[in-house]
Design a protein around this ligand. Structure first.
Ligand SMILES: Nc1ncnc2c1ncn2[C@@H]1O[C@H](COP(=O)(O)OP(=O)(O)OP(=O)(O)O)[C@@H](O)[C@H]1O
Ligand SMILES: [Mg+2]
Length: 331
């Protein structure tokens, strides 16, 4: 893809707060038209990265270009290209939803019917049309988040920076936020979406940067990140059988198997347990399940091992995160 298809580029970006390095030399691009996810646990450096992209937090080191402007020195033109929906709500509680939108729309120079039309569209988009004239202080937490999102969209930005927009929201509000983001993306809006919920990132994002301890530990499409782990784990239950070295050797010759390991039954030996209840396993890590499964069945037949049970676990972003950081994403 040509360089000018990037709406934002980040190079060797670093941010230090005294002794603490919150963002530790990260490099990535956001392509025009995509939903780019930043996934990472609490304290990974996501909000700090967004603050620097938005030009409100000066980097300690590194370069950021947004919509053709240097984010550190750029003025209002770059800010016009950006919509920032911050993790902390930035709404006026004493104003109604509509008044909030009109207030922020005016700051961006919208007037008259353009202002009224845009406000109405954004209220529809986030599903707040029927509560438009209630004060924001009377909104539920999820409705406040939806209003926060609508405000960030009032001036029709090219790039929307969304910082954990679904934290603490009910499923209905989450759906409104999801569908709103998807719809705007279909219309051409580029989105940076930060979250520590891997299901959200998996469902929404074209590409994902995984952050941990201020570093970008991986950056790719979800399928590529997942296949970088080496595919699925297949556990074959073989009862109380203990495979011979020769059998294992022959299984390891399979083309689509990356590894074949014998995992003895974890069950304690007991006279009360029938030998048939033992669950020794063959654990196979395999690429391309459609090819590895038939190959595996044939190889087991060939070495005369009968299959008692079969369990296939496809890796997901959670297992990718665990493999890359040694930590779970869950708090
Ligand atoms: N203004 C600040 N002064 C000092 N340290 C800060 C400041 N802001 C953030 N930090 C620290 O920088 C690190 C990264 O914080 P940041 O808010 O960017 O993480 P995050 O990935 O957004 O986390 P969360 O998921 O909790 O929102 C944390 O260790 C945090 O304590
Ligand atoms: Mg944050």
């Amino acid at each position: 893809m040509p360089e000018n298809d990037n709406i934002a580029s980040v190079r060797n970006l670093r941010k230090k707060y005294d002794a603490l390095t919150a963002v530790d030399g990260i490099t990535f691009d956001i392509r025009r038209g995509e939903i780019f996810g930043l996934l990472g646990p609490n304290g990974a450096g996501k909000t700090t990265t967004i603050g620097m992209l938005a030009g409100i937090l000066p980097p300690t080191e590194g370069e950021i270009t947004v919509a053709g402007h240097d984010a550190v020195t750029a003025g209002v033109e770059m800010k016009r290209a950006l919509g920032l929906v911050s993790q902390d709500l930035a709404i006026y509680l004493k104003l109604t939803g509509r008044e909030n939108l009109e207030f922020f729309g005016e700051l961006y120079g919208l007037r008259g019917s353009a202002l009224a039309d845009r406000s109405r569209q954004m209220l529809d988009l986030v599903g707040l049309a029927d509560r438009a004239d209630s004060r924001a202080e009377d909104y539920s937490g999820g409705m406040k988040r939806r209003l926060n999102l609508a405000i960030g969209l009032m001036h029709s930005p090219q790039l929307l920076l969304l910082d954990e927009p679904t934290v603490g929201v009910d499923p209905q509000s989450r759906n409104h936020i999801f569908e709103g983001v998807r719809e705007l993306n279909r219309q051409g809006l580029t989105v940076l979406y930060t979250s520590h919920y891997m299901e959200e990132v998996e469902a929404l994002c074209d590409r994902v940067g995984i952050m941990d301890g201020g570093k970008l530990v991986a950056c790719d499409t979800v399928p590529n990140l997942i296949s970088s782990l080496g595919g699925a784990v297949i556990d074959i239950g073989i009862g109380n059988l203990v495979p011979t070295e020769d059998q294992l050797l022959r299984l390891r010759r399979m083309e689509y198997a990356e590894s074949v390991d014998f995992v003895p039954s974890a069950a304690p030996e007991s006279l009360l347990v029938d030998a048939g209840a033992a669950v020794n396993l063959l654990r196979i890590r395999a690429r391309q399940l459609d090819k590895s499964m038939p190959e595996l069945i044939a190889a087991l037949y060939d070495v005369k091992i009968s299959l008692v049970s079969l369990n296939v676990q496809q890796p997901n972003l959670e297992t990718v995160f665990l493999a890359l950081t040694g930590k779970s994403l869950r708090d």
